[in-house]
Design a binder for this molecule. Sequence first.
Ligand code: SAH
Length: 476
Amino acid sequence: MRYFPAFLDLQSAPTLIVGGGEIAARKLVLLSQAGASVTVVSPRASAGISGRAKEGGLRWLARRFEPADVAGMRIVIAATGDRDVNTAVARAAREAGIPVNVVDDAALSTFIVPAIVERSPLVIAISSGGVAPMLATRVRDLIENLLDESWGRLALFAERWRARIRAGIADLAARRRFYDWLLDGPAAALVRAGREGEADRILGERMTAVSPPTGSVTLVGAGPGDPELLTLRALHALQAADVILVDRLVSPQVLTRARRDAEVIDVGKTPGGHGARQERINRMLVAEARRGRRVVRLKGGDPFVFGRGGEELEYLQRHGIAFEVVPGVTAALACAAYAGIPLTHRDHAQGLQFVTAHCRESIDAIDWTGLARAGQTLAFYMGIAELDAIRDRLTTAGLSPATPVALVENGTCENQRVVVTELADLPGAAHRHSVGSPSMLFVGDVAAFATKLHWFGAAPVVESSPQVSTPASRAA
Ligand code: SAH
């Protein structure tokens, strides 16, 4: 580490800015926000600076820099754009033992100014040690996105309660748990939603409650595989988790974004039949939450789309466990996007249906006549074992055997494969190319767009070259 990071208390401190342009004005704003008493030395000054000087917000000496100007200053910033002047400022400050920063010149500086993310009173400073300012800016942007404006409110809220919490909860471990609850639980959510009064109330209740804190469960959609498709909220939940219960379909890349010391439990491999497995997962969720842990239940795609998310929440509710839900990008949307299939299109599809063809019994419960209606796109989940049945039922219900279909296997992942053919050939094409699970099946005119709008991964395999029919060609 080349530089020692620190935050300076500059309340009422005499500070010097040499220079009167835009950059100097920006430094002035920051120093003023920090409560410094600023002197600007520059023959000319921008309107912002001269205006503030007139209002009495700073002292402006409208002349050239003289070495004696640094006397008594706590810090000095040179922002003149003139290397000779900057060098003179740096020398004078160094000789007087005063920290000096020359804008964009680490060699002349004795301190550097970090990129900051300000969520006052929370301030995050980022520095690449002057080596790669662009990188620092990039990191700042990432953090900007990660921490929205509400973090400042939350910090003020925590500050307001700090003394009372310290007095009320003597045990350090208990206090830490309380803060975990405060920052990740319902009180924080209320503060973020601008409902501080309610947050105060539940915090007060919590302080007086004798029972140990209960955790909560956040049901999180992990998206289809590509971790870049996680929502920011999903990322926050993953980074706050004590324990994460994951399904088989969640990609390992997504888990690399989770908090490093979170315990990860793969419930996709839990032994037992489907029902037994689900019952065990439900019980684990409740048990982990009752231990006071922050539990993330991570599911592929969206938790409410063929993901049994609703059933798990009903169970939690029956057992008095608080929960939240974070939506995810469901496989139909993600696979269509990454395969170049517009799910609706003014000329081809006015509607979209999500269908599951999971098992024999449910297949006859489906309204095939409704699905076979023209002008819509069908997105089948878990259909790969039932392709014969899907083709037969749809054609019997009146859908043309020439309707384009696309299979998207491992959508959004590096090994994504897309096979395009027509409905009559669906089981045959899947068999010839050994298309396996997980795969989405798209049925409808728009499926043919994969042949021309593909942009991600390997080019699609096109079997019976279905045409994208335009209104003109259809009329012909
Ligand atoms: N809740 C999930 C769906 C769970 S059902 C969601 O919203 O996406 C599991 C089915 O989703 C799989 O059988 C497959 O049809 C589909 N699926 C999930 N991830 C997929 C992926 N990366 N590529 C293709 N299909 C996927």
